[in-house]
Design a protein around this ligand. Structure first.
Ligand code: NDP
Ligand code: GDR
Length: 371
């Protein structure tokens, strides 16, 4: 039975990857952080009681900033595959906490690689690094492929640049089977609530039920290549199953604006939006309502507004990936269309909003945290 260790197992990708590896018969070990509240919601459905003898899913307390902790976990588990998905992954927050981001996202990767080397596992343990399209930042070529030069535009992207190169260096210096997956944005109903896609689907679903009035966003013109996380974790696994370790871009090859995402999600709720104003004065107003999915709104009501607090000091305006190498070498294709992904996210958040509305109507206090 193969053993895998996943950092960031409690995150969006970690949860889908753990599911995939368990389905493939792996023994899966995940590192979770200690928190004052439970933080395992995304993996609770695959939790296995450690007291049961043939349990194949094990969680370890740990942190990418803690060298001795990582050394000990690696020494105990001796995994065949390590997936380094753990990170402070929010680009805007990285401007607020640049040093922490560098420590966890940059040096955290080095700590794991050093632990593998120190324990003499470099010939037996394969390593996946969660690299990112944010490395391209101020883009030098469109579409972006494996050979496109990097130009990071945030403390997050700069930390990930170090992680990318240290992974390449350990591959070349020590013969470690190590790969960078340069993944473009990928989303799902499990996406963190403060990333723009989930913020939109959750916000509009709440508005549709009358639980919120308005959704405040930053740059509506940003262009992204959005795929589904479930499709992308398959590539993370595939990359570690080849004869030689290589780096791959994972993307859909299609690009949409944040504004288009808002319109698509609204349409799923039966709402047509008309845009008014420009720049920081731009807002989305309900132009028409179809069906009865949005009882909490009326035509003419403004439901989206731009708030400059969500602008970033340096923005990544446009990203569009070329997944040609992944298709040719690994036969990988994204399976979920943009529309199907938005539909799934809206359906999930609408169900939650309806549940909250029902609870509120029975006198329960439902606190909705806004970003
Ligand atoms: P999430 O933010 O959903 O998950 C991040 C995970 O890292 C969580 O489990 C989090 O724990 C954990 N983590 C945060 N800080 C630490 C730390 N100091 N030590 C150990 N673990 C920590 O991210 P995604 O699942 O979306 O992304 C997975 C990886 O892929 C990340 O590295 C991200 O930067 C990268 N990436 C993501 C893309 C995307 O579009 N989703 C695209 C390209 C790259 P907790 O739950 O406790 O917060
Ligand atoms: P990104 O994702 O920065 O690409 O990083 P995010 O969803 O945060 O932003 C995408 C674009 O939307 C614009 N935007 C807003 N973003 C947020 N979060 N909130 C808003 O209100 C808002 N309004 C507009 C942003 O300016 C940006 O242009 C994600 C993360 O998962 C990284 O970890 C990963 O490496 C990259 O994707 C690929």
């Amino acid at each position: 039975m193969k053993k895998a260790l996943i950092t960031g197992v409690t995150g969006q990708d970690g949860s889908y990857l753990a599911e995939l590896l368990l389905a493939k018969g792996y023994e899966v070990h995940g590192i979770k952080r200690r928190a004052s509240l439970f933080n395992t919601e995304r993996i609770d459905h695959i939790y296995q009681d450690p007291h049961v003898e043939d349990s194949r899913f094990h969680l370890h307390y740990g942190d990418l900033s803690d060298t001795s902790n990582l050394n000990r976990i690696l020494c105990e588990v001796r995994p065949d595959e390590v997936y380094n998905l753990g990170a402070m992954s929010h680009v805007a927050v990285s401007f607020e906490s640049p040093e922490y981001t560098a420590d966890v996202d940059g040096l955290g990767t080095l700590r794991l690689l050093e632990a593998i080397r120190f324990l003499g596992l470099e010939k037996t343990t394969r390593f996946y690094q969660a690299s990112t399209s944010e490395l391209y930042g101020l883009v030098q070529e469109t579409p972006q492929r494996e050979t496109t030069p990097f130009y990071p535009r945030s403390p997050y992207a700069v930390a990930k640049l170090y992680a990318y190169w240290i992974t390449v260096n350990y591959r070349e210096a020590y013969g470690l089977y190590a790969c960078n997956g340069i993944l473009f944005n990928h989303e799902s109903p499990r996406r963190g609530e403060t990333f723009v896609t989930r913020k939109i689907t959750r916000g509009l679903a709440n508005i549709s039920q009358g639980l919120e009035q308005q959704l405040f966003l930053g740059n509506l013109d940003a262009l992204r290549d959005w795929g589904h996380a479930r499709d992308y974790v398959e590539m993370q696994w595939l990359m570690l199953q080849q004869d030689t370790p290589e780096d791959y871009v994972i993307a859909t090859g299609r690009q949409y604006s944040v504004r288009h995402f808002v319109e698509t999600a609204a349409r799923e709720l039966g709402i047509e939006i008309a845009w008014q104003g420009e720049g920081v004065h731009e807002r989305g107003v309900i132009a028409a309502i179809h069906g009865d999915k949005a009882p909490g709104v009326v035509v003419g009501q403004p439901i989206v507004a731009v708030d400059p607090q969500y602008f970033r000091p340096t923005e990544v305006d446009t990203l569009l990936g070329d997944p040609g190498k992944a298709r040719r070498r690994l036969g990988w294709e994204p399976r979920t269309s943009f529309e199907a992904m938005v539909q799934e996210m809206v359906a999930h958040d609408l169900e939650t909003a309806r549940r909250h509305k029902l609870l509120a109507s029975h006198g329960y206090n439902v606190a909705i945290s806004l970003e």
